[in-house]
Design a protein around this ligand. Structure first.
Ligand SMILES: CC(=O)[C@@H](O)[C@H](O)COP(=O)(O)O
Length: 283
């Protein structure tokens, strides 16, 4: 390990019983081809990929299965309940995901990304049904990674009912609008990590490009989950690289502590003893 690597070494991301070296979790949907998805997952450096259990297109036009393109030795699968609009469907879908992954002997059988949406136009989470489903899934022994709005009150409630991680949206799924309300994310972090600094908070959904990811990480979240920004980029593989570096850069910047914003300038070289000084503080 080089000196640079030693000095930037980071703790892994711990999500319940799962430990991940990469803080980027990526989706598997929306790719033009499964081969492009495979290459993009590889470039992202992620070790955890989320798969919609109710996925409509599990097979590509040539009849090949999505799961044939995911190396189970390399990636932990995170089944998700995308496409569910009430707690009952979400719980049923999570159980189905568990059965599928048990059959595949993938370690992802014991967890789920809970997504209970309110409507098809906004794809925003339904907070009431999300809390209900989270409670039931925890009762059933799932480790629940819970997609939610950026509302700190709901985020806190999800932690109270036993969510393993809370994952507030930066902005609506697939919108690419980035982090619309950083102050809400800051309050989520305060509420969720106040007495428990290791409690995982992940921004899930809405990022459009690498700077959105870096910004999220600089706020102090533990990771980012994204899909569309890579899958729908002009060059998904290149964007996956960008997202990987942005996650790492944002994390390093957060750990380093940014300088405070100042209204006025502060010269980079000493002001004292400048020869022949004529400038004044005011214009
Ligand atoms: C893949 C997945 O789980 C999505 O529902 C997730 O919320 C990502 O959203 P973006 O596609 O906006 O990154």
């Amino acid at each position: 390990m080089s000196l640079a690597e030693t000095s930037t070494a980071d703790a892994p991301l711990v999500l319940g019983t799962h430990t991940l070296q990469s803080r980027l979790i990526v989706g598997t949907g929306k790719y033009d081809t499964l081969e492009l998805m495979r290459q993009s997952l590889d470039a992202s450096g992620s070790e955890c990929v989320t798969v919609a259990v109710r996925r409509e297109r599990l097979y590509d036009p040539t009849g090949r299965n999505l799961l044939d393109y995911i190396d189970f030795h390399r990636y932990t699968l995170l089944p998700n309940t995308a496409g569910c609009y009430n707690a009952r469907d979400a719980v049923r879908t999570a159980k189905l995901g568990r059965e599928i992954l048990l059959g595949l002997e993938n370690p992802g059988a014991d967890w789920v990304k809970l997504e209970v949406l309110a409507d098809t136009k906004t794809l925003l989470p339904d907070p009431v049904e999300t809390v209900l489903a989270c409670e039931q899934l925890v009762e059933l022994g799932f480790q629940v990674l819970c997609y939610t709005t950026d509302d700190p009150v709901i985020a806190k409630r999800l932690k109270q009912v036993g969510a393993t991680a809370v994952m507030p949206a930066g902005s609506p799924i697939g919108s690419g609008q980035g982090i619309l309300n950083p102050n809400n994310i800051r309050i989520c972090l305060e509420y969720l990590k106040g007495e428990d600094p290791n409690y995982p908070v992940i921004v899930d959904a809405g990022v459009g490009t690498a700077s959105d990811v870096a910004f999220a990480m600089e706020l102090g979240v533990d990771g980012v989950l994204l899909n569309t920004a890579i899958a729908h980029a002009k060059d998904p593989v290149r964007m996956a690289h960008a997202m990987r570096y942005a996650t790492e850069a944002g994390r390093l910047a957060f750990q380093s502590g940014r300088i405070p914003r100042r209204l006025y300038a502060s010269a980079s070289s000493p002001e004292d003893g400048v020869i022949g000084r004529t400038a004044s503080a005011e214009p």
